[in-house]
Design a binder for this molecule. Structure first.
Ligand SMILES: Nc1ncnc2c1ncn2[C@@H]1O[C@H](COP(=O)(O)OP(=O)(O)OP(=O)(O)O)[C@@H](O)[C@H]1O
Length: 227
């Protein structure tokens, strides 16, 4: 009896989810995302296979329609955060994600990459004349780098505060750098230092359509309300 009504609910929700997915797919297609989403949406066979998954998926997730760095000073503000190769090798990716999640920020982009030298040089273009520039590019471009975009109020300034000063000698205890590193040349993490940097860096690392996901946290009001 329970099994039968569960199956009914599951298949009804499955149909709804597929409709929602098809809607979301149309948005993605409009945004120029990969055609595989369209194939996925039209495959009727997905209905049965997706039944148990669809049971839990109540809200559709839309292709991202916000400006790359969101809107400055609002809950949609975004920053670019990267765990550098030393942070990845040392197994600190989870710690970094946990800190941003626990703070109340929302992950809207995530990928692991080995950036080319050109891309690394573009990312650090303002440091081109520094004596450590070549070493910095060598270090970053060997990868892997875990690149992320986080969203939420004041995330650019708060992100920098959570990361700590560039030189770990000056990073306050409890900040990410203050807790996990001791050398300026291996300081495990990068974070955008201004709205303009966030726009440039998110465009450089997540510039293709469909790379960012716009979604609403189920507990958003518990994080965002100001009374
Ligand atoms: N004196 C130095 N020697 C070696 N590497 C350095 C030195 N100063 C900075 N770096 C490296 O260059 C990166 C970029 O330096 P920048 O001055 O932009 O600091 P930051 O904004 O705190 O760092 P990031 O851009 O990586 O978040 C630093 O994170 C560090 O990895």
């Amino acid at each position: 009896m329970f099994a039968r009504s569960f199956t009914k609910i599951a298949s009804r929700q499955s149909t709804q989810a597929i409709k929602a997915r098809a809607f979301s797919t149309a948005n993605r297609a409009a945004a120029g995302a990969a055609p595989r989403f369209a194939a996925y949406a039209t495959a009727g066979a997905v209905a049965t296979a997706a039944a148990s998954y669809a049971y839990f998926q109540t809200a559709p997730i839309y292709a991202d329609a916000k400006p790359l760095a969101g809107v400055k000073g609002t809950f949609s503000e975004r920053t670019f955060i990267a765990v550098k190769p030393d942070g990845v090798h040392r197994g600190l990716v989870g710690k970094v994600i946990q800190r941003f999640e626990e703070r109340g920020y929302k992950l809207v982009g995530l990928k692991q990459v080995v950036p080319s030298r050109d891309m690394t040089e573009e990312h650090y273009a303002d440091l081109k004349k520094k004596p450590f520039f070549k070493g910095l590019v060598d270090y970053m471009s060997q990868g892997p780098v875990v690149a992320m975009v986080w969203e939420g109020k004041d995330v650019i300034r708060q992100g920098r505060a959570m990361i700590g000063a560039t030189n770990p000698l000056e990073s306050a205890p409890g900040t990410i750098r203050g807790q996990y590193c001791i050398s300026v040349g291996r300081n495990i993490i990068h974070g955008s230092d201004s709205f303009e940097s966030a726009e440039k860096e998110i465009g450089l690392w997540f510039g293709k359509a469909g790379e960012l996901v716009d979604w609403t946290q189920s507990g958003a009001e518990w994080v965002q309300s100001d009374n």
